[in-house]
Design a protein around this ligand. Structure first.
Ligand code: SF4
Length: 367
């Protein structure tokens, strides 16, 4: 496992139960100490070694001498009128990434990042414009949930890997993080409430299916036509639509009931025509699928959301679709809630002294 080591102390967050057991055995201690520390880290959310009251003091001191607890510093927090919260974190090496918390009536979802930046350069995405900077470690992924839970009054019930980055290009760390999130002795979020969202990395979808990972799978489709998908998602040139749908079929065939969610950002004049809707029905009907339509959250990238008339024309054929279709309410419209937007905004403000005052008005400054 890759570690974050900046100040000669390794981050203990991100260690699996087995790794903790091994660590204590190497120190000549019984393996159950690893189980105890695992619970402190993830189940009880300890922020200091002193809290670990069932460990001998000498062992707590030994841990504190070698490890730190956490690698994230909150740089900015925006709270929307609808309750959506966005966090911008700084990592130990100065890189930054984001998470978004979405409270709803019956659940609270945290959307987390898996990379700093993203190499996939989707045309409508602010993160795509940053390029790829680095993968997040398992600890940096898990800590987004621990830290957001400490900051928010809402209990996080769902986690989606839909923030910055393509999670399936950081496969092993993402899966290790999901194990810790889903472990009843870890963060105890039900596996079915953890969803990994990919832009369509076909070999990774096949591996995810073969390994019968118990987490939900979402695929960003954004167009039912290869030539349009290719224009807005360059990754579609590498993994074409036919292969993508084949891999989706492989996933659903592994399970009796699981469905795949297809995410579809509605872009005016690009993918919101009635013929797009009809083709979606043709492609998705043979699968156990759910279609989640997301009106575009404007990022100044030359795209806009369809108006109501266009949206209704698009939705009309979908009324007869044999699968569930949902239209996501646009959350956090008054803050920078689309992926990569808060990062871009803070970076711009830091680079442009004239706009600094505006950023202080909008972004809740932290101690
Ligand atoms: S939409 Fe997702 S995969 Fe595409 S560039 Fe943005 S972060 Fe990367």
């Amino acid at each position: 496992m890759e570690r974050t080591v900046i100040d000669n102390k390794e981050n203990l967050i991100g260690y699996s139960r087995e790794e903790l057991r091994r660590l204590f055995q190497e120190w000549g201690e019984p393996a159950f100490r690893g189980d105890q520390v695992y619970k402190w880290l993830y189940n009880k959310g300890a922020v200091s070694f002193d809290e670990m009251s069932n460990l001998p003091k000498t062992l707590r001191e030994q841990l504190a001498a070698h490890f730190r607890l956490g690698a994230l510093t909150l740089i900015a927090r925006e709270v929307s009128a609808d309750g959506t919260e966005k966090y911008l974190w700084e990592l130990r090496d100065g890189h930054r990434m984001e998470s978004v918390l979405i409270p709803e009536e019956r659940r609270t979802t945290l959307c987390i990042s898996s990379q700093v930046g993203c190499a996939l350069a989707c045309a409508f995405c602010a993160t795509g414009k940053m390029g790829f900077l680095r993968h997040l470690t398992t600890g940096e992924i898990v800590e987004q949930v621990l830290a957001a839970q400490r900051l928010s009054d809402h209990t996080i019930t769902n986690v989606v890997f839909m923030g910055m980055g393509e999670p399936f290009l950081n496969y092993n760390r993402v899966i290790q993080a999901a194990r810790i999130l889903g472990d009843p002795e870890g963060l105890a979020i039900a596996n079915r409430r953890i969803t990994i969202s990919t832009s369509g990395i076909v070999p990774a979808i096949r591996r995810f299916a073969r390994d019968k990972e118990p987490y939900g799978l979402a695929i960003s489709l954004h167009s039912p036509f290869q030539h349009i998908r290719q224009q807005i998602m360059p990754i579609a040139e590498t993994f074409d639509l036919r292969d993508l749908l084949d891999s989706a079929r492989e996933y659903v065939s592994q399970w009796r009931h699981k469905r795949i969610t297809f995410e579809y950002v509605l872009l005016k004049g690009v993918n919101d025509r009635p013929e797009d809707a009809r083709e979606l029905i043709r492609l998705l009907s043979p699968l156990r699928a759910k279609l989640n339509l997301i009106p575009y959250n404007d990022c100044d990238l030359g795209f806009e959301a369809p108006d109501d008339a266009r949206l209704n024309r698009f939705l009309e054929p979908l009324m007869r679709a044999p699968f569930t279709v949902t239209v996501r309410k646009n959350r956090g419209n008054d803050i920078s809630a689309a992926c990569g937007q808060l990062y871009v905004k803070v970076m711009k403000n830091e680079r442009t002294p004239r706009s600094r005052k505006k950023s202080v008005d909008k972004i809740i400054p932290l101690k």
